[in-house]
Design a protein around this ligand. Structure first.
Ligand SMILES: Nc1ncnc2c1ncn2[C@@H]1O[C@H](COP(=O)(O)OP(=O)(O)O)[C@@H](O)[C@H]1O
Ligand SMILES: [Mg+2]
Length: 240
């Protein structure tokens, strides 16, 4: 079967400085794939390339076999790609409810949007408890749940998550990790998970790519990478 998402030979530059060099990777239907690597390795650049926030200089990006590089963001959302950017940006003065409804901006069937909203509130009970509260009054972990929920409101088939565990209390990191597993399993959403917290990312993904200075250094089944001496030395030292 054709992969859901394919990168082939992708190069991305910021001015004259490359951020991605000949990157090829795949996410299959129903899979959770982790992208790990140190700060500055190029993880966020991969997500920016997928969502069209940065133009690629070389290579191709395909979603369900169709070229998507160069398409506008709202078209990508309609195709089924949703991104949760770094730094969990909610609209802090808006209520939890309105933040979630923003995620459904490409959808017009009110009854279906209401069904998705109900499913998101069931997935994240804390959001139901704080439904009318301003998003900015919630903890970092709760806001991370909110932005994941907001992404789910577009009913994606591919969910891109950029460092969901960064700066979040350990207890909530576990909750969020469990939610990601559940979203993938119950809603057949494929996940591309970017994490500096390699241990968690490898534990909840099926396959992973380790990036180093803009190139794929290692890839394989996550269970194997967890026990790979090179990964242990490079990425797992001292964490958790
Ligand atoms: N807006 C930008 N302008 C210039 N250089 C950037 C910009 N964003 C990222 N870079 C550079 O591109 C490289 C990859 O960055 P990034 O994709 O953000 O890495 P990661 O997400 O793995 O930390 C780094 O060297 C970074 O300094
Ligand atoms: Mg990043």
């Amino acid at each position: 079967m054709e992969p859901l998402l394919t990168f082939s030979g992708v190069e991305l530059y910021y001015d004259q400085v490359y951020a991605l060099r000949n990157v090829s990777l795949e996410v299959n239907e129903g899979e959770t794939v982790a992208l790990i690597g140190a700060n500055g390795a190029g993880k966020t650049s991969i997500l920016r390339a997928i969502t069209g926030l940065r133009k690629i200089r070389k290579g191709e990006i395909r979603f369900r076999g169709q070229r998507i590089d160069g398409r506008p963001p709202d078209e990508l959302v309609k195709m089924g790609i949703a991104m949760v950017p770094e730094g969990r940006r909610s609209f802090p003065l808006m209520s939890v409810k309105d933040n979630l409804l923003m995620g459904a901006f490409t959808r017009h069937d009110k009854a279906e949007v209401a069904n998705t909203l109900e499913a998101v509130l069931t997935r994240f009970p804390r959001l139901r408890e704080r439904y009318s509260q301003a998003a900015g009054t919630m903890s970092g972990g709760e806001q991370q749940m909110l932005v994941i929920g907001r992404a789910l409101m577009s009913r994606p088939t591919l969910l891109l998550l950029d460092e969901p565990s960064l700066g979040i209390a350990p207890k909530l990191v576990q909750d969020i990790a469990r939610s990601i597993v559940a979203i993938n399993r119950d809603e057949q959403v494929s996940v591309l998970l970017v994490e500096q917290n390699s241990r968690i990312a490898l534990k909840i993904s099926a396959r992973a790519y380790a990036l180093s200075t803009g190139a794929v250094a290692l890839s394989g089944p996550s269970a194997e990478l967890l026990n790979d001496e090179r990964i242990k030395t490079l990425y797992l030292g001292g964490e958790l």
